[in-house]
Write a protein of this length. Structure first.
Length: 213
């Protein structure tokens, strides 16, 4: 749902923008939100580039019947010296994550890669088959220290970096910054652009290093 009628610059004589923290404070001060729980950080955008007003998007925990939303929609409340209104909005599913390659920005059905990738090790096998096909679970005596085969019936105990963010979590973890920003498409576009740029720079540096040898 969305909140309208609230200034984008809420502080007098200041160009400080309305923030998610400001919204949380405002909601706590209004009784109509007493039993409402936010499921994500409020998102603040300008009504238009030349406007001084904002639209605030909020996601709330609700039951299947939508009881909490019905209590809020079309209700008015005070935000400093402004009368603001809660309006209903179409559900925002956020940026999709493909369950085939585990990248963000496209659905599973529109994935272009052949086969599937494992959410754990990013190997070319389905996640549910990681124990059977994951290289980490196979014995390797020629490395030091040698690697023992994971015993049959036991889960894989090895750790991997997220294939998207390179953090210490799986690609579908809610600890991943990509997941925490899955309602912010601009963040995703910017982050993937940074990743591509860093990868290109790394490859360029490696090529220059080889040429100097």
């Amino acid at each position: 749902m969305k909140i309208i009628g609230i200034p984008f610059y809420p502080h007098p004589n200041s160009q400080e923008k309305l923030s998610s923290s400001d919204i949380k404070t405002i909601l706590k001060q209004n009784h109509i939100f007493d039993n409402i729980t936010l499921t994500s950080k409020p998102r603040v955008i300008k009504v238009s580039p030349k406007s001084d007003m904002a639209i605030v998007w909020i996601d709330i925990w609700d039951v299947q019947s939508g009881q909490n939303a019905k209590l809020l929609i079309n209700r008015c409340f005070n935000a400093s010296n402004n009368i603001t209104t809660v309006r209903g909005a179409n559900m925002n599913p956020g940026v999709p994550q493909c369950k085939n390659c585990w990248k963000w920005g496209h659905s599973t059905f529109s994935c272009r890669i052949q086969g599937a990738k494992c959410v754990k090790c990013n190997g070319l096998h389905k996640s549910e088959h990681h124990r059977e096909f994951g290289w980490c679970c196979k014995a390797h005596a020629k490395i030091n220290p040698s690697r023992l085969e994971t015993k049959k019936g036991e889960p894989c105990s090895h750790s991997f970096k997220c294939s998207n963010y390179r953090g210490d979590h799986q690609a579908n973890s809610n600890l991943c910054p990509f997941w925490r920003h899955h309602f912010n498409r601009e963040w995703h576009v910017k982050k993937y652009s940074e990743i591509r740029e860093n990868r290109s720079h790394s490859i360029h540096s490696e090529v220059n290093g080889l040429n100097k040898q």
